[in-house]
Write a protein that binds this ligand. Structure first.
Ligand code: UDP
Length: 314
């Protein structure tokens, strides 16, 4: 009998790539999703697979799963600033109530638990790059606070289940990740830039574009998550690519790689938009033997190919 794992948010961008990887590793996979921001399109290629099941469920409600589980990977959450604005209460609920339900299930099943946390726990960081020991600079009542505080609460709850109940928990602090299957209307920088370039629309850079992010290709991220799942670490671990880019450079690169001639236009910087972001990945390097290997431009090319297949011809 194959060991079985539950991926909440399994129909999402990261969740669906994780399902693929876990199936490849020989697990039976149960993907759970309420399809609020996920889509079964991301799982269509798995629906005939005997080791794969999909359950339509909102994990802020009690989660019932029959039979044993080896691990619960909690990846359900809106994950884009546009979504936090449109779904603020769902974002808070899935990070708090959803994490509680997923942890309760892991405890009942004696399963490992892996939380998809975020670089957003560092907020607009005053320390750069960010090591795991940094406590962050978060505005609890700003527009991004619904995500940041939900994930901070999720980390606290995860550590409490580890310390008090002895659940074998892991926390991945995921930095900006991109790749095939991101929603066209996701609203984050890379999907926006690609969609705009392919449609020949102006590419919208918020602010002057000197703010930075460190973008990780999805296959690297999934490798880091899988290694963390198999590790004996319980403290939070940064998983991201330390190569730091300005947003303007990313916009120009996407434009070049799509061959578009659209202009770059500047729009107002969103409230509380972090100025800089770069993971210190010393812990992941030392304890997981992990580092990103995919060249960013190569990753962008792959993402553009995927978008080309999905964007209706203009
Ligand atoms: N951004 C941009 N144009 C867009 C979307 C985003 O310039 O069309 C900027 C945004 O202001 C931020 C950066 O790109 O500085 C990354 O934003 P994203 O929404 O991808 O994720 P974040 O890291 O802010 O959560």
């Amino acid at each position: 009998m194959k060991e079985r794992v539950l991926v909440t948010g399994g129909a999402g961008f990261l969740g669906s790539h994780l399902c693929d990887r876990l199936l490849q590793e020989g697990f039976a996979v149960l993907a759970m999703d309420n399809l609020l921001t996920g889509t079964t399109d991301n799982l269509a290629h798995l629906l005939g697979n005997r080791d794969f099941e999909f359950a339509f469920h909102d994990v802020t409600n009690y989660i019932y799963v029959e039979g044993p589980l080896f691990a619960v990977l909690h990846f359900a959450s809106p994950a884009s600033p546009r979504d936090y604005a449109e779904l603020p209460i769902q974002t808070l609920k899935v990070g708090s109530l959803g994490t509680h339900k997923a942890l309760g299930l892991a405890k009942a099943k004696g399963a490992r638990f892996l939380l998809a946390s975020t670089s957003e726990v560092y907020g607009d960081p005053l320390l750069h790059p960010q090591p795991e020991s940094y406590w962050g600079n978060v505005n609890p009542v700003g527009p991004r606070g619904v995500y940041d505080e939900a994930k901070r609460f999720a980390e606290a709850l995860t550590m409490a289940y580890h310390r008090y109940h002895g659940v074998d928990t892991k926390i991945a602090r995921i930095f900006n990740t991109f790749g095939p299957r991101m929603r066209l209307e996701d609203g984050r920088a890379i999907p926006n830039f690609i969609l705009q370039a392919l449609r020949g629309e102006p590419i919208t850079v918020y602010g002057d574009g000197t703010q930075t992010r460190s973008f990780c290709f999805v296959s690297d991220l999934v490798e880091g998550i899988y290694r963390l799942l198999r590790s004996d670490l319980h403290e939070p671990v940064n998983v991201g690519n330390p190569e730091e880019w300005t947003v303007l450079r990313m916009a120009e690169t996407v434009r070049d790689l799509t061959g578009a001639s659209a202009p770059i236009v500047h729009e107002p910087l969103p409230v509380d938009d972090p100025r800089v972001r770069q993971p210190n990945i010393a812990l992941a390097r030392e304890r997981l033997g992990w580092r990103p290997v995919v060249d960013i431009r190569e990753g962008i090319r792959k993402t553009i190919e995927d978008f080309r297949r999905r964007v209706p011809a203009q």
